[in-house]
Design a protein around this ligand. Sequence first.
Ligand code: ZN
Length: 165
Amino acid sequence: MTTEKPDDIALLRVAIDVARRSRERGDHPFGAILVGPDGEILLEAMNTCGTLGDRTGHAERNLMTAASLKYDVDFLRTCTMYTSAEPCAMCAGSVYWTGVGRVVHGMSELALKNLIGPDPENLTMDLPCRTIFAAGQRCVEVVGPLLDEESAVVHDGFWTGLGMA
Ligand SMILES: [Zn+2]
C-alpha cells in the first residue's frame, strides 16, 4: 500500500529543511523526522558524517537509533519517517529493525546517485528501499519519490566528485 496522506508534502518539506540545516552545520545535506499517528513531529535527525566523522551517520539511521531508544515497537508501527531522500540499504534496514511502519521520501536513490556522481564521500547505491522492505517479514509502507526538485535543491554545489565541498 502506498497511500499519500494530506500532510505528507508539508512534513516532507520539514525534513528537507532539516537537510538544509544539516548542510549548514557541516554535515551532508540529509535530514529526517519522525511523525506520530496524529501528525505530531516527535524527533528530528541530521546527518553526522561531517561533525562526528561517523560514516554510518546517515540522518535516517540516526533517527531510527533515537526512535528505538525512546519508543516501543507497537507505537513506532503507527509512526512515519519523512526523509529528504530515499533511504539507502543501511537506513532502510534500520527502519525495518526499529519497527517504524511508514516511510515518505523525497528524491529517489537513483536520482541522488545521478546527482552526486562518484563522490567518495557518498558512493550512493541504487537499491530501492521497497526492495529491502519486500525481503522482510513485516510490511513497511513507502510513499515516494515526492518533491523531486525541492529535495534536490539542498544538494546544489555540495558534491564535487572529490569529497565534501
Ligand atoms: Zn542511509
